[in-house]
Design a protein around this ligand. Structure first.
Ligand SMILES: *Cc1c(COP(=O)(O)O)cnc(C)c1O
Length: 452
């Protein structure tokens, strides 16, 4: 007998939360009240929210149960020791430092690595990573391969770092390189994975020169699954993850992604002196080293989440559900960033809306059409987010990010219908102009208006 081909959600549902349904009139009003910027919509006006996969996942019964055993002792909490042993077993790291989220880990790490006046070489820096390096007086250099930077190439490991340029820069600027950093998967580049071969070589190059090799491990489990699937590595995702962590001297981790929790972060370090300095900074900004800005119950939920996230049934479903939407849209002729990534589908809004030039924000136009059609929220990754006052971004994309374990296949089928409907009347979508904007991170607060 052949096993069934359908990949099912590897869970059944014990607690449910109703979706919010709205009328077309309410959506028109809500979007106007939000000044046409979906970041300003209220949750009650949204039916399916694909704004981000960060902190939006569903916890398991085992995680909720573990929260009840959380130990809220200020110093020496048992919850911390449970988490520490899970993280050590998963990663092999010596020092496990909890933080309230990934960016706090980044700030502490780049402080103790003394990035001031030096550079960090990465496949790609995530926004908060770059911002922390630059805030501390360092230079954040992205060395993605040219194929990785092209949204149309269909290659298995578009998150790989360009090893030739890495070698050149390590050679030319060795003393000024504070760290080599690999973001797995590459969030900024569409959730594209990094191959194990690339990680091994980049790690060897950095370590040969005594430069610390750092993993931004937010989506380490999704990356390990891609290595299993696309590099044909027969080992389990957990065994692969263990090797990935073993290649690095330090890691930062946003537990809001592959920690399967709503808040939390980690900083992992092998060097004793750096760990001492990191813990001093931690006390200054986050809290005592056995809680680091989290409650004991948060630490326990994370300890369980880190065991669940490498489950093969979970990862197979996770990656398949993103690819399922990708395939629905691809068959319907919607222009997409290729191939499907680990946590999101990216629509090429510039290609979908050739009548809207980048200054008129085609990504925003598509987000707002999706919202008006059915209450779906995505996010623009284009000129509003990354352009400057007088310059457009390189790509005009809309990211539809999948919260973990939240939506089912029928939600995705419904999404496919909504998006294809919006795409079928593409020529009617208006462009937008910026009415007001802030001096930094304008995407979050800008006021917009349609050009009709
Ligand atoms: C989310 C994220 C971060 C920052 O983590 P926060 O928990 O949001 O502070 C850093 N790097 C990557 C790749 C991320 O996706």
């Amino acid at each position: 007998m052949r096993p069934p081909r359908t990949i099912i959600e590897p869970f059944r549902i014990k607690t449910v939360e109703p979706l919010n349904f709205t009328t077309p009139q309410r959506r028109r009003d809500a979007l106007r009240e939000a000044q046409f910027n979906p970041f300003k919509l209220h949750a009650r006006d949204i039916t399916i929210d694909l704004l981000t996969d960060s902190g939006t996942g569903a916890m398991s019964a085992a995680q909720w149960a573990a929260m009840m055993t959380g130990d809220e002792t200020y110093a020496g909490s048992e919850s911390y020791y449970r988490l520490e042993s899970v993280v050590r077993e998963l990663t092999g790291v010596r020092h496990v430092i909890p933080t309230h989220q990934g960016r706090a880990s980044e700030h502490i790490l780049f402080s103790v690595l003394d990035v001031k006046g030096r550079c960090v070489l990465a496949n790609s820096h995530f926004d908060t990573t770059r911002a922390n390096v630059e805030y501390l007086g360092g230079e954040a250099v992205d060395l993605l391969t040219p194929q990785g930077a092209d949204p149309r190439t269909d290659l298995p490991f578009k998150g790989d770092i360009d090893l030739v340029r890495l070698e050149e820069l390590l050679e030319a600027r060795c003393k000024q390189v504070a760290a080599v950093l690999m973001t797995v998967t590459n969030n900024a580049g569409g959730g594209q994975p990094v191959s194990l071969a690339n990680l091994r070589q980049a790690s060897a190059m950095a370590r040969a020169r005594g430069v610390p090799f750092v993993l931004d491990a937010a989506r380490f489990a999704e990356n390990a699954w891609f290595i299993h699937e696309r590099e044909g590595d027969p080992r389990t995702p957990r065994e692969i993850a263990r090797e990935m962590f073993g290649l690095c001297d330090a890691f930062t981790f946003s537990a809001k992604k592959d920690g399967l929790v709503n808040i939390g972060g980690l900083l992992g370090l092998n060097d004793d002196t750096l760990a001492d300095r990191a813990r001093s900074l931690l006390i200054l900004t986050e809290g005592f080293p056995t809680y680091g800005g989290l409650a004991g119950r948060d630490l326990d939920a994370l300890a369980v989440g880190l065991q669940e996230v490498t489950d093969e049934h979970y990862l197979r479903y996770r990656i398949a559900s993103v690819r399922y939407l990708f395939d629905l849209l691809d068959r319907g002729g919607v222009p997409l960033m290729r191939p499907a990534g680990g946590h999101a589908v990216y629509i090429d809004a510039a290609a979908l809306y050739p009548h809207i030039p980048p200054v008129q924000l085609p990504g925003v136009a598509l987000c707002n059409e999706l919202y008006l059609e059915a209450g779906v929220r995505g996010v623009e990754i284009g000129t509003l987010m990354f352009g400057k006052r007088d310059a457009c971004a390189r790509h005009e994309l809309v990211r539809l990010a999948f919260p973990r374990r939240v939506y089912t296949q029928s939600h995705v089928d419904w999404l496919g219908e909504v998006i294809l409907e919006v795409a079928s009347r593409r020529e009617r979508a208006p462009g937008y102009r910026i009415v007001r904007q802030g001096p930094v991170l304008r995407a979050f607060t800008a006021e917009l208006a349609p050009l009709t």
